[in-house]
Design a protein around this ligand. Structure first.
Ligand SMILES: [Zn+2]
Length: 448
């Protein structure tokens, strides 16, 4: 193998490596690429390494401009290939305009965030950034039984750790008066009615696609009076239901509940309100009135999409471009609050930050870095196809981030002491990182 060939390969990879790392190529990284490229020709690392050292020194003395110019003419494909390998950006959004995209992350303040939340938050945040848009953090706290004061701050802390920054934040509970006005509008239009049936009757009606007498018997005015009574006193029972399609094959459209009475102290509004909107109503209304252009939600809500659009259409509110992605499932891991909570309650795990849990706090304690979570999420993309991934994927991405910065510690589990008569006394210094060992050896070649 002529040295010329090794030089050409080394030059290409040294330029590529230098361009990626602020003009300074790394000998080891370049050598690795050259060895891989010339392996089939039977070239040994011993032949390659001295050539690489010389080439890297030369390349590192060049200006960034010259490095780029030379690689562009020598091997332009290396510029593109590396870009492609490192590019985990998301696909373009439909109907998206630069500077006009608004996304939101709407957690319920009822627990610490887990990797499933991280997926949603990262996708929302990345899209807003990609289009120079706006990213809103909205606390969907319209079930006072599920909203807990400590989780508003805890979730913000979790997001900050993840590296997700929001442009504005608010609570859905701030807008309750607006929701009441919109509910009144629906009642007046005859598009919503007060139902006073028991939950069993409502369930049975939905199952059999049969409307209850509340829908047919009450005029708009009667329904409005009942609604006002309900707002005035928690003792007036009932729910506000959408005048949907009882005959629809989609059970979500069978007169879904829009408001219900929940008598519990709310962490922010105290006992001021007792009539609370459901996710169907609050989610659709908030996305629209807060200017969100591309709300994302998991595929499990797909059947509820017609409810979302029906509510907005009846209220004459702008309909955003609703986007869906698959729920994140990790083999053998409870990626949901519903599954995590009982494990804590039964004492099977030590708490929300148990290292076996996929909560962000658990992952942090396990040694997973936020950059790895972000890259893992972006690598998965946001396809609607449900898939179960193995946690080793997260660990493998994490390793790439940790490899260059963690110290290596070794131990010998069952050491045996040996005495060598007449051996010269020598002190050996071990580095905590292999790269450092390399440099240290170069600096002190006699000691190696
Ligand atoms: Zn009824």
């Amino acid at each position: 193998m002529p040295t010329q060939r090794i030089q050409t390969e080394a030059r290409k990879f040294a330029l590529q490596n230098a361009i990626l790392f602020n003009g300074k190529a790394n000998e080891k990284a370049v050598a690795g690429k050259v060895i891989a490229a010339l392996k089939k020709d039977g070239v040994t690392p011993a032949e390659i390494f001295p050539v690489v050292v010389k080439v890297v020194t030369l390349v590192n003395s060049m200006s960034a401009h010259d490095q780029l110019t030379e690689l562009t003419s020598l091997a332009p494909e290396l510029l593109q290939k590396e870009k492609k390998e490192r590019d985990f950006s998301l696909p373009p959004l439909p109907f998206a305009e630069k500077g006009k995209v608004v996304t939101r992350f709407p957690p319920e303040p009822n627990g610490y965030l887990h990797i499933g939340h991280a997926k949603a938050a990262i996708i929302d945040y990345e899209y807003a950034r990609m289009y120079d848009g706006k990213f809103i953090l909205r606390f969907d706290d319209t079930n006072p039984e599920n909203a807990h004061p400590e989780f508003y701050d805890a979730q913000k802390e979790d997001l900050r750790w993840l590296g997700v920054e929001w442009d504005s934040e608010y609570h859905t509970s701030d807008h309750l008066e607006t929701h009441y006005k919109l509910a009144e509008q629906l009642i007046k239009q005859g598009d919503a009615y007060l139902c006073k049936c028991t939950s069993e009757v409502i369930k049975e009606g939905r199952f059999n696609a049969k409307t209850c007498s509340c829908r047919e018997d009450r005029t708009g005015e009667e329904a409005l009076d009942l609604w006002k009574d309900m707002l005035a006193s928690p003792e007036v029972s009932g729910i506000l239901r959408l005048h949907g399609e009882m005959g629809s094959d989609n059970t979500a459209m069978r007169d879904p509940t829009l408001f219900r009475v929940i008598e519990a102290e709310h962490p922010l509004t105290g006992d001021k309100y007792h009539v609370w909107p459901t996710y169907d109503f609050a989610g659709a209304v908030e996305d629209s009135i807060s200017g969100v252009t591309h709300p994302f939600r998991t595929k499990e809500y797909e059947l509820r999409d017609p409810v979302y659009f029906r509510i907005l259409s009846l209220l004459n509110l702008r309909a955003p471009h609703l986007m869906e992605f698959s729920r994140l499932s990790i083999d053998g891991m409870p990626v949901s609050k519903r599954k995590i909570k009982p494990l804590i309650e039964q004492g099977l795990v030590t708490g929300f930050d148990d290292v076996r849990l996929p909560t962000l706090r658990g992952l942090k304690r396990r040694g997973i870095v936020p950059e790895a979570i972000k890259q893992f999420v972006l690598q998965q993309g946001f396809s609607k196809v449900e898939s179960v991934v193995d946690f080793s994927l997260v660990e493998s991405v994490n390793r790439k981030f940790l490899d260059s910065r963690v110290k290596r510690y070794y131990f010998v589990p069952t050491p045996v002491q040996l005495s060598v008569d007449g051996a010269p006394k020598k002190t050996v210094k071990l580095s905590l990182h292999p790269d450092a060992t390399l440099c240290w050896r170069r600096a002190h070649p006699r000691d190696c």
